[in-house]
Design a protein around this ligand. Sequence first.
Ligand SMILES: *[C@@H]1O[C@H](CO)[C@@H](O)[C@H](O)[C@H]1NC(C)=O
Length: 148
Amino acid sequence: MELSPSRVFFTVLSLFTALASGLVITSTGTTPINKASGQSVKLECMFTLAAEDTGPLDIEWSLVAADNQNMDKVVILYSGDRVYEDYYTPMKGRVHFSSSDPKTGDASINLTGLKSSDSGTYQCKVKKAPGIGSKKMQLIVMGEFIID
Ligand SMILES: *[C@@H]1O[C@H](CO)[C@@H](O)[C@H](O)[C@H]1NC(C)=O
């Protein structure tokens, strides 16, 4: 195979494109997470950065509205090296980042004292410009069954 200048050019170009794909959310898993009320859950959101992702790191978790009449609700935010966790009153004191240092690639959160009203679709959004990534996951919290 002849190594023509154009072949070298396109090989280098495609290599560069692959390297420049930027921030990637590496956590997979698409099945709904089932929990009973009162339990805790870790919602996974691991990410990797690329060298060109040099902007400030922002991590935003929101509870996605079930219909388009309602707004998504921010539940916790990491921005400018700080954690802001008092966005969503129904979850006050029950939502925390799993890692003490989310910028190392762990944007996961823990929810404690689960209630059936915590059920819904959660979205993890990680931004470090020009890199951006997001992942959605469904949480189902079963209520208590009282049998007598
Ligand atoms: C989050 O949950 C995981 C799994 O249940 C647990 O190992 C970890 O200690 C928790 N982290 C915090 C900060 O509560």
